[in-house]
Design a protein around this ligand. Structure first.
Ligand SMILES: [Zn+2]
Length: 380
């Protein structure tokens, strides 16, 4: 079809006036878009300096209402709509980069400017959406404030006390699950369904752990998860929690509890780990608690490695527990690849940009919370 060029022919003085006005209006409108974007980003950045108000107004109220509405909507779908949107966004990004390359090759300056402007605007809207729909939770006071515990630097001796407590609980729980050398593999659906129940039980003691309208799904990217290096992730745009379904089953219960913690507004990885612990330890389900304590033991062990100290391992882990650990390690060793570490580096940058100063090691910071909690409540 032949392209039709619009010819503007001012036939009168008043016609000229209207044309000039519309160009002026166009520029006003364009500048207004930028003004609104910068204004909102400025307000968000300013808000991050006030964690108390973020805690009280945003995390405890606005975010909760918004996230529940979102889950009410997306939780009904049997698949992850968030994953579908990520794929579409990926295609759009790929297309834009391809188009940019083409324009650069053609040295089409106005085309490049137009495309970059559009990409910047989309990036700005994406940032605002991310921060308002979840990201501000990175700047809240958080679980330590809510529980009235103070996280302080801890000694290696304190670390060892925690490790021993965890080892004791692990040995005890493992016996409760089964005397068999192989752990049972409950159905994924069952593990997804029971997690919200444990949150409602925990919420009887800690009201802020309330969780309504569940939205836990297996990730559509599960077959390729080994290249990303995650066990689960939260999609702040759809409110869904996605789980890597093909991990060793024992890792699933704690991962689900961790992702639900993100859903109810605990953005920091150490916080989500700790909230997962609070819920698992009250679940009364040996399998779920064992899943949680195994992970926590790993974090404590990592901390000891980081300190380059290898104190005696008393009380020793039960042989069954050791074998479970070995099986999980073997699983991850077998799927080692060159891509996952690069993806982890990217995730590290993301975390550092979002108030997680230790990046990927933020998960380990749960240790500080556990020690502070153990000191205050005398249990783990
Ligand atoms: Zn997480």
């Amino acid at each position: 079809m032949k392209e039709q060029k619009e010819i503007i022919q001012p036939i009168s003085l008043s016609g000229k006036f209207i044309m000039k006005l519309s160009i002026k209006q166009f520029w006003v409108k364009l500048n207004l878009v930028w003004f609104v974007l910068f204004f909102l980003i400025g307000c968000i950045l300013l808000a991050t300096f006030y964690p108390y108000y973020i805690e009280k107004l945003y995390s405890a109220r606005l975010y909760r209402i918004y996230a529940e509405m979102l889950r009410w909507l997306t939780g009904r779908l049997p698949f992850s709509i968030g994953d579908v949107l990520y794929v579409l966004a990926g295609f759009y990004l790929g297309y834009s980069v391809f188009k940019l390359g083409k324009l650069l090759f053609q040295k089409n300056r106005s085309g490049i400017r137009c495309l970059l402007t559009r990409m910047l605007k989309i990036g700005g809207v994406g940032y605002i959406w991310f921060m308002l729909s979840w990201g501000l939770n990175y700047h809240r006071l958080g679980i330590a404030y809510q529980l009235g515990i103070e996280v302080k630097p801890y000694t290696t001796d304190e670390l060892c006390v925690l490790r021993d407590s965890l080892a004791y609980r692990l040995n005890e729980l493992r016996k409760q699950i089964t005397a068999d050398s192989i752990l049972p593999t409950p159905a994924l659906a069952k593990l997804y369904q029971q997690a919200p129940r444990y949150y409602s039980w925990a919420a009887k003691r800690q009201l802020f752990l309330q969780y309504h309208y569940p939205g836990i799904k297996s990730s559509l990217f599960t077959p390729w998860a080994k290249y990303f290096g995650w066990g689960g992730y939260y999609n702040p745009f759809t409110g869904e929690a996605q789980i890597r379904a093909n991990m060793p089953r024992i890792l699933i219960p704690y991962t689900v509890l961790h992702e639900i913690a993100h859903q109810i507004g605990y953005a920091g990885e150490e916080e989500a780990n700790f909230v997962g612990y609070l819920v698992a330890s009250e679940s009364g389900n040996a399998y779920v608690s064992y899943s949680c304590y195994s992970e926590l033991y790993k974090y404590v062990f990592n901390e000891l490695l980081l300190r380059n100290t290898f104190p005696d391992a008393s009380p020793a882990l039960d042989t069954l527990v050791k074998n479970d650990f070995k099986r999980v390690n073997r699983f991850f060793m077998e799927e080692q690849n060159n891509i996952a570490p690069q993806m982890m580096n990217l995730y590290d940058v993301y975390l550092r940009a979002n108030q997680q100063k230790n990046g990927i090691n933020s998960y380990n910071e749960v240790v500080g919370l556990l020690i502070a909690y153990q000191k205050k409540y005398g249990k783990i």
